[in-house]
Design a protein around this ligand. Structure first.
Ligand code: KIV
Ligand code: NA
Length: 262
């Protein structure tokens, strides 16, 4: 899919696959894959930079990675970029500045964590022609308030509140919702209640789609082993073997060969 309209039209018509990407080469791999759409996540801070949280991502950092990914995708996939830490909480003018950086860099939509207290920001961006995707449940930008990276909506009261927030995201004009780390039944109820696609991560099989971090799904990030991650490739092993072969070939003089030399 190449646009937010195609994304929205998929509700109820086959599950949507989404992967993160941070760099040009990842985007080129994704462009040649059947994965439906791409997210430049603020997980760039943890996955690429080795930070403990996503707080270090800034609008400028997100714009730089968005530009690299957009060049790699070359228009082949619907591209979403995360609003980084607190970017939706500094008022409408600051949010418009952030959105302009991300959209000029090549994003087709922005993803914003939470809803309470910044409904007006989301509504204003949507009215300005900037498609917005919501993000509820485990919202990593609120990790300290949440007391860690934990499943959300486990009690009747917190599940009901999640549904209320999800409906507020849709009412503010969002084009989709990412639901992170919530019980399967809660995710199903929210998916059925909304008319926009709900994309899960740690949210069970009844959502309208799934997102995973590129490095997690390809087994490149073996230090992160959340229950919701499946390794669809053994990337770390494949690359490790490649590096070992390279070092050995250099050491034993078999690389470069005559054919590889001028
Ligand atoms: O930053 C990110 O990678 C995300 C997804 C995992 C939902 O927000
Ligand atoms: Na994110």
């Amino acid at each position: 899919m190449k646009s937010v309209l195609e994304f929205k039209a998929r509700k109820g018509k086959g599950r949507i696959s989404m992967s993160t990407a941070y760099a040009h080469w990842e985007a080129r791999l994704l462009a040649d894959s059947p994965v439906d759409c791409v997210l430049v996540g603020d997980s760039v801070a943890t996955v690429v930079d080795g930070e403990a949280t996503t707080f270090a991502a800034t609008p400028e950092i997100m714009a730089r990675h968005t530009a690299a990914v957009a060049r790699g995708l070359a228009g082949s996939k619907f591209l979403i970029t995360d609003f980084p830490f607190l970017a939706a909480r500094k008022g409408i003018a600051a949010a418009v500045e952030c959105a302009s950086l991300l959209m000029r860099a090549g994003a087709h939509a922005v993803k914003i964590e939470g809803i309470d207290g910044h409904e007006d920001v989301i509504r204003h961006l949507v009215q300005s022609g900037v498609p917005v995707i919501g993000h509820l449940g485990l919202t990593p930008q609120s990790v300290h308030a949440l007391g860690g990276y934990k499943v959300q909506g486990k009690t009747d009261a917190t599940a009901a509140d999640l549904l209320r927030q999800a409906q507020a995201v849709e009412a503010a004009g969002a084009s989709g919702l990412v639901l992170e780390c919530v019980p399967t039944d809660v995710a199903r109820e929210i998916t059925e209640a909304l008319t926009i696609p709900v994309i899960g991560i740690g949210a069970g099989p009844h959502t309208d789609g799934q997102v995973l971090v590129f490095h997690d799904m390809l087994g490149l990030n073996t230090g992160f082993n959340a229950k919701f991650v499946r390794h669809f490739a053994d990337g770390n092993k494949v690359m490790g073997h490649g590096l070992a072969s390279y070092a050995k070939a250099v050491a034993d003089g078999s690389f470069p060969s005559k054919k590889e030399s001028y």
